[in-house]
Design a protein around this ligand. Structure first.
Ligand code: NAD
Length: 290
């Protein structure tokens, strides 16, 4: 069934996500503060309007794909008064669990349905319509969001109540950061021991140390032709974005009084690396280990 979807934030991720909604037969009305982003989205069939409120007026669903929690909160405060009761709000930005639960309460109090639905898969997944959505919210909101997410998704994983999608995302990326550093350390040690990169790759991909950071995002050129290491560490998943996600993870570790010695160490290493190399794929951190 064709819906009218308001799309707020048509950047690197939002632009191609909106294009997949249009390809699935939905009407997408979009707003972005950047004229260039809005014009680019219009080329893919998004109906551009000049404010977030104008996009939300008359929409069945509202998707936000914005840089930060502070911006998501500001946009919700702006648009909730003009949304029709029962509209489903989907926030796919990566923001803190706390901010996600805050905007959820705000939306529900205004008579809306709302989920947090952060993604993994990057610009590649957004373009291909194969993003993995991690969804947090009450049952009615999750059910209402599902048909909107489907055209953009490879899979949609319900994670429980509001904020749990963001919780899943930050836990995954904390694991990933630790693994990418660990894999880098192993290659550097192997090099010093005289073990060839390819031999280490062949052994570990068939052994218990195997992981995505190795089999897909191999930090040394050679074994994996599609890895960013083959392409001067052009992302991929940029160090700046990993650093942002680790910041959210560390906030959550602090807020919950959790103990995460390896995640915390990885966050420190990525914060330092991001200061100068934020634009490189996060596997490039191997260079600081040599
Ligand atoms: P981006 O910077 O390319 O896009 C964000 C867009 O939001 C920009 O076009 C900006 O102009 C617009 N914007 C900012 N404030 C606005 C406002 N008040 N109203 C309307 N538009 C506004 O970022 P992106 O890479 O598309 O990422 C978006 C979100 O998705 C972030 O939270 C990011 O952490 C998350 N994410 C990104 C990736 C990735 O690989 N790029 C992967 C997973 C998740």
């Amino acid at each position: 069934q064709s819906m009218r979807v308001a799309f707020l934030g048509l950047g690197n991720m939002g632009g191609p996500m909106a294009a997949n909604l249009i390809a699935a037969g939905h009407t997408v009305v979009g707003f972005d503060l950047s004229d260039a982003a809005l014009a680019h989205a219009a080329e893919h069939g998004v109906q551009p309007v000049d404010s977030a409120r104008a996009a939300v007026d008359g929409a069945d669903a509202v998707i936000t794909m914005l840089p930060s929690g502070a911006i998501v909160k500001a946009v919700y405060s702006d648009v909730l008064p003009v949304a029709a009761e029962g509209t489903v709000f989907i926030d796919s930005s990566t923001i803190s669990v706390e901010d996600a639960r805050h905007v959820n309460e705000q939306a529900l109090a205004a008579g809306m349905r709302q989920v947090d639905a952060p993604v993994s898969g990057g610009v590649k997944g957004a373009t291909a319509g194969t993003l993995a959505f991690m969804v947090g919210g009450d049952d009615s909101s999750v059910a209402a969001a599902d048909p909107v997410l489907e055209p953009m998704a490879g899979k949609v994983v319900p994670c429980g109540g509001s904020g749990n999608g963001q919780a899943a995302k930050l836990c995954n990326n904390m694991i990933l950061a630790v693994q990418q550093i660990a894999v880098g350390e192993a290659f550097v040690l192997a090099e010093k021991l005289g073990l060839a990169d390819q031999a280490l790759y062949d052994v570990v991909t068939g052994a218990t140390g195997n992981c995505w950071a190795l089999h897909t995002n191999c930090p040394v050129p050679g074994p994996v032709p599609t890895a960013p290491s083959e392409n001067d560490y052009k992302p991929g998943f940029a160090t700046a974005l990993m650093n942002k996600d680790l910041g959210l993870a560390m906030d959550a570790v602090a807020a919950t009084g959790s103990t995460a010695p390896l995640g915390s160490h990885a966050a420190g290493l990525y914060a330092a690396y991001a200061a100068e190399h934020g634009h490189l794929d996060f596997s490039a951190i191997i260079d600081t280990l040599r």
